[in-house]
Design a binder for this molecule. Structure first.
Ligand SMILES: O=C(O)CCC(=O)C(=O)O
Ligand SMILES: [Fe+2]
Length: 336
C-alpha cells in the first residue's frame, strides 16, 4: 500500500485516488510471497522461434523454458505502433473516473471481480474476442481514442493473434500426438481474449506490476512496447529479466497451464511476473488462448485426472476467492 498520498501521483488524474486503493486492499498490506524474495538473476536470453519455419526449435523451447521470442510473426509494426499510441491516449491520457465507467476496465488486478492478495500496479482493458462473449458486453462503442483502440484490437489485431496461436499449436500437434479433432478443441483461438495493459510509473519501490503467476491459457502472446522492460521469469530458482527485444520485430510467447497439461508435463508453463518501475511506464498487449470450454483434456499421461477448461477456470476462481491466490494444475493431479 502506498504510504500516504504522494504528490506526484495524487496529482495525476489517470490514477485512482489512493483512498480507493486502500479500500480495495483491506486487511492485506504487503504480503510478500516467498518466491517474491527469490534471488534476482541477470537477464535471460530467450530462444527465438521463426513462425514461418518453427522446426524443432519450437518444441525445444516449450520443453526447456516454456517461453520464447517469435520472429516472422506477420503482425505489421505499424499496427502495433498504432495500438500503443491509442492505448497510451486511452489509459495514460484519460482520468480514472472516466475509465472506470467503461466496461472491461480494471485497476489493480486484471482478474476483474476477484480479490488478489495485493494490489498490482497495473490498469487496463479486458477485450473479449469471441462473438458470444462480445454479445454479452452489449455496451455502446465508446468515443475515441478508446473506441478506436477496442475496435482495432478486436478486429485486426485479434485476427493476427488467432492466426499466430493456430499456427503455433498446429505445429506442435503432431509431436503431442494430437489428432485433428483434439487439435481443434484444445485450442479455441477465436474465443480468446486480449488485455491492454498500462503499468504506470510507481512511486513505491519494490511493488509488482503483476504478481508471480503461471497463465491458465494454452498459450499467451505478449507484445510489449519497444524498449519496455519489466517482465521477469522464474528460472533455476531466480527471477530473470527478459531483456526488451532489439527493435519491435519479435513477440513473446509463453505457454500456460493448459499446454502443460495437454503435454503431460513435457512442456513448461513458465512462472512470470512484471516489476513496476519508478522510472518508466510500460504498455503491453497480451492475448490469451484457451481450450474449448467442454474439451476434456485426457492426455496428461496419467498425471492429471481428465478435466475440462471450464472446470479448471472455476477451480482457479474458487481458490482465488478463498485464499487470494491460484493453486492451478496441482488441484488436478492424480496422485499427491
Ligand atoms: O504485461 C505483460 O507483459 C505480462 C502480463 C501477464 O503476464 C498476464 O497478463 O498474464
Ligand atoms: Fe501472465
Amino acid at each position: 500500500m502506498a504510504s500516504g498520498s504522494d504528490s506526484r501521483t495524487a496529482a495525476d488524474p489517470s490514477y485512482p485516488p489512493f483512498p480507493l486503493l486502500e479500500q480495495d486492499d483491506e486487511g492485506g498490506g504487503h504480503v510478500h510471497e516467498q518466491e517474491q524474495e527469490a534471488r534476482r538473476g541477470g537477464a535471460l536470453e530467450l530462444p527465438t522461434v521463426d513462425l514461418e519455419a518453427p522446426g524443432e526449435a519450437l518444441a525445444a523451447a516449450c520443453r526447456e523454458l516454456g517461453v520464447f521470442r517469435l520472429a516472422n510473426h506477420g503482425v505489421p509494426a505499424a499496427l502495433s505502433a498504432r495500438l500503443f499510441a491509442l492505448a497510451r491516449a486511452a489509459l495514460a491520457g484519460a482520468p480514472f473516473r472516466d475509465k472506470r465507467a467503461q466496461p472491461g476496465y480494471f485497476w489493480g488486478t486484471p482478474a476483474l471481480s476477484l480479490r488478489v492478495r495485493d494490489v498490482n500496479w497495473v490498469e487496463g482493458f479486458h477485450v473479449a474476442l469471441g462473438e458470444a462473449q462480445q454479445q454479452q458486453q452489449h455496451a455502446p462503442v465508446p468515443p475515441p481514442p478508446l473506441g478506436d483502440l477496442l475496435g482495432l484490437a478486436r478486429a485486426e489485431y485479434g485476427a493476427h493473434m488467432t492466426r499466430v496461436a493456430r499456427t503455433l499449436f498446429d505445429a506442435l500437434a503432431p509431436a503431442l500426438g494430437l489428432g485433428a479433432a483434439q487439435a481443434a478443441s484444445y485450442l479455441a483461438e477465436r474465443d480468446g481474449f486480449l488485455r491492454v495493459y498500462r503499468y504506470p510509473r510507481c512511486p513505491e519501490p519494490g511493488r509488482l506490476g503483476m504478481e508471480a503467476h503461471t497463465d491458465s491459457s494454452v498459450l499467451s502472446v505478449i507484445n510489449q512496447e519497444e524498449g519496455a522492460g519489466g517482465l521477469q521469469v522464474l528460472h533455476g530458482g531466480a527471477w530473470r529479466d527478459v531483456a526488451p527485444a532489439a527493435g519491435a520485430s519479435t513477440l513473446l510467447v509463453n505457454l500456460g497451464d493448459m499446454a502443460r497439461a495437454i503435454s503431460g508435463d513435457a512442456y513448461r508453463s513458465v512462472r512470470h511476473r512484471v516489476a513496476a518501475s519508478q522510472a518508466a511506464e510500460r504498455l503491453s498487449l497480451c492475448y490469451f488462448a484457451f481450450p474449448r470450454d467442454d474439451a476434456v483434456i485426457t492426455c496428461g499421461a496419467g498425471r492429471y485426472r481428465p478435466f475440462t477448461y471450464a472446470e479448471f477456470r472455476e477451480q482457479v476462481q474458487a481458490d482465488i476467492k478463498a485464499t487470494g491466490s491460484k493453486v492451478g494444475l496441482e488441484r488436478f493431479l492424480l496422485h499427491h
